[in-house]
Design a protein around this ligand. Structure first.
Ligand SMILES: [Zn+2]
Length: 271
């Protein structure tokens, strides 16, 4: 081939005119689209436009309080002092929860709250991949033994009102990350309970008493299985406690809980 022809082909390729050039342009566009899906362009905390990957303004990352260090082996409450890995907190010793272990990615501070509200009230889905990866990391031990992910359900009235269940979205994002399948119809919220907001721990417990049931058709997919309940926030634990109780009654071998965030001092915190 003449030198000028080779040059022409090289120039065309560099401009995306050759088949190979077009292919790389298409791949680059697809990668950019994927990056926008995976890495949102609006901050997950402030909603402001941000440049580059990450989903959060670089100076706001420290405001996210990831659960680290020693935690109660049962409820996941962080300890302030270094303890053995299987240490259980006083609350769990006195009143063991119906679930086996609860784990969360974040402590529910202002930044986590803003993210959860954007997910729940605005239906923002662009942070799900990131949230799913955080939850997969925080729940590594429970997911290693999991057979099925079960999102905490909404009552059908609330579902009709909101149009989506953020716990289902989180479970799906988590499933994509860890490969454990989601069972969408295992639990039903049969009573439309008033919002848990503003209630004390006792009030929350009474509020969700008898609110959940396992669908008859789903019992065979729950019995003998290791279930991971998925929710957005663990506040007092009353909701997951009520869910875990009915799942165990239906024969679940174990029920662990994995949430995006948890309130520090869960169990005593009126929200
Ligand atoms: Zn505990």
């Amino acid at each position: 081939m003449a030198k000028s022809s080779r040059l022409h082909i090289a120039e065309a390729a560099s401009e995306g005119h050759s088949p190979r050039g077009r292919r790389s342009t298409v791949i680059a566009a697809a990668a950019a689209h994927l990056a926008r899906v995976i890495w949102p362009r609006r901050s997950l905390i402030t909603g402001e436009a941000i440049a580059g990957p990450g989903g959060i303004e670089p100076d706001l990352w420290p405001s996210l309080d990831f659960v680290r260090g020693p935690i109660c082996a049962r409820c996941g409450e962080p300890f302030e002092i270094d303890v053995d890995r299987d240490q259980v907190c006083g609350d769990c010793l006195v009143t063991p929860p119906a679930y086996d272990r609860a784990r969360a990615a974040l402590l529910y501070g202002d930044a986590a709250r803003a993210m959860v509200l954007a997910l729940k009230r605005q239906g923002r889905r662009d942070g799900l991949a990131l949230m799913g990866s955080w939850m997969a990391h925080a729940g590594e031990a429970v997911l290693a033994e999991a057979d099925v992910l079960v999102p905490v359900p909404l009552h059908r009235f609330r579902m009709a009102q909101r149009g989506f269940n953020q716990s289902v979205w989180l479970a799906a994002a988590l499933s994509r990350r860890c490969g454990v399948r989601v069972c969408l119809d295992a639990l039903v919220r049969r009573r439309s309970t008033p919002s848990q907001a503003g209630l004390t721990a006792d009030g929350r417990r009474r509020n969700v008493q008898g609110a959940f049931t396992v669908q008859k058709g789903a019992v065979s997919r729950i019995a003998g299985r290791s279930v991971v309940l998925v929710d957005d926030v663990l506040t007092t634990g009353a909701t997951v406690e009520a869910c875990a109780r009915v799942l165990k009654r239906s024969g679940a071998a174990r029920v662990d809980v994995l949430t995006l965030a948890r309130v520090a001092g869960a169990g005593t915190h009126p929200i």
